[in-house]
Design a protein around this ligand. Structure first.
Ligand SMILES: Nc1nc2c(c(=O)[nH]1)N[C@H]1C(S)=C(S)[C@@H](COP(=O)(O)OP(=O)(O)OC[C@H]3O[C@@H](n4cnc5c(=O)[nH]c(N)nc54)[C@H](O)[C@@H]3O)O[C@H]1N2
Ligand SMILES: Nc1nc2c(c(=O)[nH]1)N[C@H]1C(S)=C(S)[C@@H](COP(=O)(O)OP(=O)(O)OC[C@H]3O[C@@H](n4cnc5c(=O)[nH]c(N)nc54)[C@H](O)[C@@H]3O)O[C@H]1N2
Ligand SMILES: [Mo]
Length: 748
């Protein structure tokens, strides 16, 4: 590594595999991985990002915290840089003080975030194992991605939501063969499926759509943006947050035109009799007709009628982007889509029914023989308190306050210490000015991070972490055929250490070094975990090379092809609903759920209903007339590699898409600098005027690093300054990121 010659090796990442060229000390270039038919553009920024001035070079401790345990000045930027040993001593001493004074239930270690793709050096696994070794921590349930679906969907289909998406719903191959009409709520975007937890190597989504088109499949994307589905799909513009109203109207047409499959409903579902009166307006006097839905959704009544007839007449697959449930009342479109699909009677038929998250991440829609991944065992957590992941600011602001979650009445713990490794809450959480307030509550905040992100800048102790290119690891996604040895490509930048080394240093000081390491160094752990993967592969009849061979080969494509009938759960259920029931209380698809009904939640009653969000087009005000959606960024993963991207000309502030009518009314042209604001805050953005977005809606991607401390305008354009921090409902308590109203004005 230090011979000044150039080396090229393949490595893996959440956005796929790529080749990295080094000159002995630095990363100098990246190249596409040849087997990938649609390689991502993301790696190009890597040389600039890995060696960027914003890397955390040394351990850093906030001066005011060190002097007086100050909690209010987080973000002041005034740090001292002690040597590693001293910084570890101080952090270990503080962790010990807090756990002894307030108990481990006062340590928040949910530490949500994507971190990096290597499986041993995965920051969440590392921090959770460490915290378990020292007596436990308050954990988090679910993800920002699908927290709401993870709560609601088991009530409906009886499956864990991730099992439903990965192992139950149809593959792209089945869809290509059987589906005639593909109705995509929120689209299926190849840009998003570029990314997957642990990485997908062959990016095939765009290729599948070419096949769908060649076959003559009708492909309709429904939502606020034309660009959510590949070119050539039909776009049915629809207001964000209104999908449930549209689905109800489609259901109304099916019911009233004799197109609903009552044989299916009788045999495979429960509760249609409870739902039908609501649909027909017998209880509330409002039949959910296309005429009722038209003004709510912006979709013409006739269009709704024609779509319903087409869906009933052809093999139809309804798909939902995950974005629909990252919104207030996100439970409703998810549940209602299952009801609509049940009324069509095609659930369990190949290429029919409903599916969730195609395109949201790569790997959904693949057929594969599961041999699992590779994860560091996390031990057991003696603390049982768990919060819904997106309720972190509520927790910090309201210790001791009661809250509801999926049938439980719980109490927020009193958090004194926050440890975050591998996530960037000041990028990903909603209403960042509120989080900024919440962040003044804990006594101590510790962060491991490679870069000075907005979160690192708000920590009392910052430990510099290596990036995946500075350490050896194994790259492996359970949804992918490829297996990677990720070689150490360069020496750690600055004084960065691996998360494993950081936690080993803390564990030793806290008297649990042996429990944490089990006597293994990083290389020995990798070999140990790899042995497990190897054994599972062999047991499944899959040839997996020895670790030494994989080191030489760098990567291998495993043969995960399977002869077994793929994705059999719903097929079996359809063939024999009594013999192969679903795992719901009734054994059937639950259109009415007695369990949910028993919770007594007005924001999520016993069957799906239309509940307008507090902030959406239907509630637009003069002060905040535009609905803001904040999709995933196309040019990167969340806020990762942002520092170097932001240096590129024209990238910051982030670009906001605005409809031409809305732009004209405000004198805004493409390229103009605009101020986007509401009562929660303000950000700068660069306008792009377009007719690819619904009138009254603007789209500002996530991912910009928050520039300013609480209250000031963010000059980079992070949409979470503007989003609303409320749970989806008392049932799901997911993020409501996509439900926000804003105003825009041209800047000077
Ligand atoms: N408005 C709005 N907000 C959203 C969303 C939305 O749709 N709209 N989407 C939400 C969703 S679905 C998600 S998943 C979240 C994503 O939010 P996050 O997962 O928090 O975003 P990342 O930028 O991936 O954060 C990962 C951090 O880990 C750091 N890191 C990388 N490798 C390592 C390592 O080896 N060790 C350590 N210690 N750190 C490392 C990176 O530098 C980065 O700062 O955002 C959510 N926020
Ligand atoms: N390149 C890239 N890909 C990524 C990521 C990334 O950071 N970068 N992040 C990954 C992660 S962690 C996740 S969870 C997934 C998320 O995957 P998704 O949730 O599917 O993605 P989003 O980009 O949030 O939203 C997709 C589209 O939904 C539309 N939309 C918003 N609200 C509504 C609504 O109410 N109704 C309808 N019909 N449409 C709506 C918006 O126009 C938006 O462009 O993406 C993953 N893929
Ligand atoms: Mo996500």
């Amino acid at each position: 590594m230090d011979d000044n010659t150039r080396h090229r090796r393949v490595t893996s990442s959440h956005w796929g595999a790529f080749e990295v060229e080094t000159d002995g000390t630095r990363i100098i270039a990246t190249y596409p991985f040849a087997p990938d038919p649609a390689p991502p553009a993301i790696p190009a920024i890597l040389p600039a990002a890995v060696h960027h001035a914003s890397r955390v070079a040394r351990p850093a401790i906030r001066r005011a915290w060190l002097a007086s345990r100050d909690r209010t000045g987080r973000g002041d930027g005034d740090y001292v840089m002690p040597p590693w040993d001293e910084a570890l001593d101080i952090a270990a001493g503080e962790i010990d003080r807090i756990r002894k004074t307030h108990g481990n239930g006062s340590i928040y270690g949910g530490s949500y975030g994507w971190a990096s793709a290597g499986r041993f050096h995965h920051a969440q696994g590392q921090v959770h194992r460490f915290l378990n070794c020292i007596g436990g921590y308050v954990a988090s349930f679910g993800s920002y991605s699908t927290g709401c679906a993870q709560s609601i969907m088991p009530h409906v289909f009886g499956e864990n939501f991730l099992t439903l998406t990965y192992e139950v719903q149809d593959s792209y191959a089945t869809i290509a063969q059987h589906t005639e009409t593909l109705v995509m709520f929120g689209g299926i975007n190849p840009k998003n499926s570029m990314v997957s937890m642990g990485g997908i190597t062959e990016h095939q989504t765009a290729g599948w759509f070419d096949r769908f088109a060649a076959k003559g499949m009708t492909r309709i994307t429904i939502g606020p943006q034309r660009g959510d589905a590949p070119h050539g799909c039909d776009w049915l513009p629809c207001r964000p947050g209104s999908d449930t109203a549209l689905m109800l109207a489609l259901a109304h047409v099916l019911e009233t035109e004799g197109l609903a499959d009552h044989t299916f409903l009788d045999r495979y579902t429960v509760g249609y009799d409870r739902f039908r009166p609501y649909l027909m307006g017998q209880g509330d006097g409002t039949p959910k007709t296309p005429e009722w839905a038209a003004p709510l959704t912006g979709v013409a009544a006739d269009t709704i009628r024609q779509l319903a007839r087409r869906m009933a007449a052809t093999r139809t697959l309804i798909t939902l982007a995950w974005s629909l449930q990252r919104a207030e009342h996100g439970e409703q479109p998810y549940w209602m889509s299952a009801v609509l699909a049940a009324m069509l009677g095609q659930i369990g038929l190949p290429g029919g029914g409903v599916g969730y998250g195609y395109g949201a991440i790569g790997g959904i829609g693949k057929d594969f023989k599961p041999i699992g991944g590779m994860t560091l065992p996390q031990g057991t957590n003696p603390v049982t308190d768990v919060i819904p992941v997106a309720r972190v600011a509520d927790m910090l602001l309201n210790p001791g306050a009661p809250y509801d979650f999926n049938g439980d009445r719980r109490t927020y713990p009193d958090i004194r210490l926050v440890y975050w490794a591998g996530g960037n809450p000041f990028h990903h959480h909603q209403d960042l000015n509120r989080l900024h307030q919440a962040w003044t509550r804990p006594e101590t905040i510790i962060v491991n991070e490679p870069w000075w992100t907005a979160t690192a800048q708000r920590a009392d102790i910052v430990f510099p972490a290596t990036t995946p290119y500075e350490r050896e690891d194994i790259g492996r996604s359970p949804l992918d055929e490829y297996l990677f040895h990720m070689p150490q490509l360069i020496a750690p930048v600055g004084q960065a250490r691996d998360d494993y080394a950081i936690f080993t240093g803390l564990a030793e000081r806290l008297g649990v070094g042996a429990a944490f390491t089990e006597g293994r160094d990083a290389g020995q752990w990798i070999a140990h975990l790899y042995d497990g993967l190897h054994a599972r592969g062999v047991a499944a009849g899959v040839a997996v090379p020895d670790l030494d061979d994989l080191r030489t080969m760098n990567w291998v494509k495993l043969d995960l092809a399977t002869d077994e009938q793929p994705k059999p759960v719903l097929r079996r259920f359809r063939a024999d609903p009594e013999g192969a029931p679903l795992k719901t209380p009734s054994g059937r698809i639950e259109i009415f759920s007695k369990t949910i009904d028993s919770f007594g939640y007005d924001d999520c009653p016993g069957h799906p209903v239309w509940l307008p969000p507090v902030e959406w087009q239907g509630a637009a005000t003069a002060a905040a007339p535009l609905h803001l959606v904040s999709p995933q960024p196309g040019d990167k993963l969340h806020s990762q590699l942002e520092a170097a991207l932001a240096d590129l000309e024209g990238t910051r502030p982030e670009t906001i898409l605005i409809h031409e009518t809305d732009a004209a009314a405000r004198g805004i042209a493409t390229g103009d600098l605009v101020r986007v604001f509401n009562a929660r805050g303000a950000v700068q953005a660069r306008a792009r005027v377009s007719d690819d977005i619904v009138h009254g809606v603007v789209a500002l991607p996530t991912g910009a690093w928050l520039s300013a401390p609480g209250g000031n305008m963010d000059t980079n354009g992070n949409p979470n300054v503007l989003t609303r921090d409320v749970g989806t409902s008392r049932l799901g308590q997911g993020t409501s990121a996509h439900s926000a109203l804003v105003e825009i004005e041209r800047m000077g």
